[in-house]
Design a protein around this ligand. Structure first.
Ligand SMILES: NC(=O)C1=CN([C@@H]2O[C@H](COP(=O)(O)OP(=O)(O)OC[C@H]3O[C@@H](n4cnc5c(N)ncnc54)[C@H](O)[C@@H]3O)[C@@H](O)[C@H]2O)C=CC1
Ligand SMILES: O=C(O)C(=O)Cc1ccc(O)cc1
Length: 364
């Protein structure tokens, strides 16, 4: 198999890593904007052939070509890629918006070989170095086949997605854009606006910034996402985002009016209905919302402190998903944040570290 990539950032890089892990004999060729990314991917053993442009002849023999740049950049590149697109190549993308690219694909007459793709996983981080080879596990991976794509091609792509341990879901591209406007794009706009609101309201002493705790952190992580990527998503899906924003603003205005009159019954009902609906979402290991199993552990200020903790866990065969120091007001002197793949491992680790006399908080 030969896979072509335009862009090897967080998503493209993770896909390439995952495909190479599944089939080390496959060939990965890619065009990247900077040489640094190609070199990194080459050194990681992921990239076999470096392309010098999106119309490099090396793309001609690909079974799949994945467009992994920001959404409008992907659209702009189509006409160039078309010149080296083999007749049997499945052309796909990983973009967060689908209507714009499908319209351009139709205009160029490529709707017999374009299947839109959108993995519903990722993070606020960017770049090849932020990716991994299992990012897609348990995440929905939406497919939006072009009008004239043979069913057998969509089936083939469906199976490839399953081999990544992702959950394929075929949707109409317009429906995709309305749904993601509500559950992905709106939350990013809200998170960014909330952070900017606090920035505007905070006084010279920055007490708001200082004491912002769990709730603020939980709902604003994605405000640190790539401005370049989110500019393109918002421009490409502006109609749907404006529509869902209208409804959100209506909800906000209603909430504000009831705060002003001190309408406790309304406020109670507002929180009760959101709690009931959110609690009905799937937070199990599958589904778009992944539960994070995390503990915080006080960090003894001596060299090798992190290595000691990591060793204690490793000796008991507890795998760590992520480890890092957090410094904020909750953990003034610094604490170690450790994430696990499974709930059991998380509780086992907490018990073990407490046994070693560390102070541990389980993040439920
Ligand atoms: N970040 C996330 O969590 C998710 C992102 N997506 C989509 O995936 C796509 C890629 O996003 P990420 O990998 O997160 O971003 P990223 O910033 O990590 O990677 C984007 C890549 O595109 C390359 N690029 C940008 N402009 C280019 C150009 N003119 N020519 C060639 N390469 C260019 C960059 O160099 C970079 O390697 C976007 O379309 C985004 O909507 C989809 C699902 C999740
Ligand atoms: O970081 C997060 O929680 C995200 O929401 C990541 C994300 C970003 C863009 C997408 O199209 C899909 C997923």
């Amino acid at each position: 198999m030969k896979y072509g990539f335009i862009g090897l950032g967080l998503i493209g890089g993770s896909l390439a890593r995952n495909l190479k892990k599944l089939d080390p004999a496959c060939t990965i060729c890619a065009y990247t904007r900077t040489q640094k990314t190609s070199m990194e991917a080459r050194e990681a053993g992921v990239l076999d052939e470096i392309c010098t442009s999106p119309s490099d002849e090396l793309f001609r023999g690909c079974d799949y070509i994945f467009l992994c740049a920001p959404v409008i950049t992907n659209i702009r590149m189509l006409s160039e890629i078309r010149t080296v697109l083999g007749k049997k190549t499945i052309l796909t993308d990983v973009g967060s918006v689908k209507t714009g690219i499908h319209q351009e694909v139709e205009r160029l007459g490529l709707d017999n070989q374009f299947i839109g793709g959108h993995p519903m996983t990722g993070s606020e981080k960017t770049g090849f170095e932020s990716g991994n080879d299992h990012l897609f596990e348990n995440a929905y991976y939406i497919l939006t086949p072009g009008k004239r794509v043979p069913e057998e091609w969509t089936e083939r792509y469906y199976q490839l997605v399953q081999s990544l341990k992702a959950l394929p879901l075929v949707l109409d591209y317009r429906e995709h854009d309305y749904i993601t406007a509500a559950v992905s794009h709106l939350p990013h706009v809200i998170a960014s606006s909330l952070v900017n609101t606090v920035h505007t309201l905070d006084g010279r002493e920055e007490h708001m910034k200082m004491i912002a705790a769990g709730g603020f952190r939980d709902i604003t992580r994605i405000a640190s996402s790539s401005p370049e990527m989110w500019e393109q998503i918002c421009v490409d899906n502006s109609g749907n985002i404006a529509k869902v924003l209208d409804e959100f603003i209506r909800e906000m205005e209603e909430a504000r009016d009831h705060m002003v009159t001190g309408d406790g019954a309304y406020i109670n009902q507002m929180f009760a209905s959101s709690r009931d609906y959110r609690d009905s979402f799937s937070f199990s290991s599958s589904g778009p919302v992944k539960k994070i199993y995390r503990i915080y552990c006080d960090l003894i200020d001596e060299s090798g402190a992190i290595a000691t903790i990591a060793t204690i866990l490793a000796v008991h065969s507890i795998s760590i998903k992520n480890i890092g120091i957090v410094h904020n007001r909750e953990f003034e002197k610094g604490a170690l944040s450790i994430e696990f793949y499974e709930e059991d491992a998380c509780h086992q680790a907490a018990e073990l570290l407490r046994h070693h006399r560390y102070t541990v908080w389980v993040n439920e």
